[in-house]
Design a protein around this ligand. Structure first.
Ligand code: IPE
Ligand code: IPE
Ligand code: MG
Length: 231
């Protein structure tokens, strides 16, 4: 079968905690392993010619987790970004972030900005990390920008340009792991016509093979966008 490679894949990386707890380990171990898997999947996406990979790393609702887990998650992100600075550059990965910036510590914020600038000339694969991201928050921030800019009215294309993914094509394929079948306030606007794939695997056990299964499944979908397709 001929594989259709999605231009943009979005992933809700779920099940880190369950994966760890099942093995009698603290939840954070699942997040550590999850970060490694994210890197493996980014490399796989690069190999097969995906242009954009958007990963849900921390939602606006995830602040409601125990303080310790939140702190450890941000420590993990900070260490990871520091350690991977050169790898990302050399691999040709452009790193971008979406989400709120006002609740993130100053040092992490500047690290994020540094990486965005440092990798901005890379063009093999754009990895977009959603950190303190909520789909509703994204839309509300966009509305605020519209008002601030004094616009009297907007159409869909203008409004889109104010969203965090305003300059990025909509995801063709959304993958959610760990058997949950919901969007959990991810990129609501941009998922309007995205094909959905739910994997039973927890994120720490997700593999390139499972990614290819998702893409194979995607390749068989008939994307109609509301039209009638000729039989
Ligand atoms: C996803 O794994 C990672 C984040 C939301 C940060 P979870 O931490 O949600 O894992 P489960 O769903 O509790 O197993
Ligand atoms: C969604 O996963 C957020 C991320 C993957 C970062 P959650 O585990 O937070 O979602 P719910 O609580 O199951 O909806
Ligand atoms: Mg979860």
């Amino acid at each position: 079968m001929e594989l259709k490679i999605p231009r943009h894949i979005a992933i809700i990386m779920d099940g880190n905690g369950r994966w760890a707890r099942r093995r009698g380990m603290p939840r954070i171990m699942g997040h550590y392993r999850g970060a490694e898997v994210a890197e493996e999947i980014a490399r796989a996406c690069m190999d097969i010619g995906v242009e954009y990979l958007t990963l849900f790393a921390f939602s606006t609702e995830n602040w409601n987790r125990p303080r310790e887990e939140v702190d450890l998650l941000f420590d993990l992100l900070r260490d990871y970004l520091k350690n991977k600075r050169e790898d990302l550059k050399n691999l040709g990965i452009r790193l971008r972030f979406i989400g709120r910036r006002d609740r993130i510590s100053r040092d992490l914020k500047s690290l994020m900005e540094d990486l965005e600038a440092y990798t901005s000339d890379n063009n093999r694969l754009t990895v977009i990390l959603a950190v303190d991201y909520g789909g509703r928050d994204d839309i509300v921030r966009a509305v605020r920008s519209v008002i601030r800019n004094g616009l009297k009215t907007v159409d869909e294309e203008t409004f889109r340009s104010y969203l965090d993914l305003g300059d990025v094509p909509d995801p063709d394929l959304l993958i959610r792991t760990a058997g949950e079948k919901r969007i959990s306030n991810f990129i609501l606007w941009n998922l309007a016509y995205t094909e959905l794939y739910f994997s039973e695997l927890c994120w720490p056990e997700f593999t390139k093979e499972e990614l290819l299964r998702a893409i194979e499944d995607f390749s068989r979908r008939r994307r109609k966008f509301g039209r009638v397709l000729d039989e």
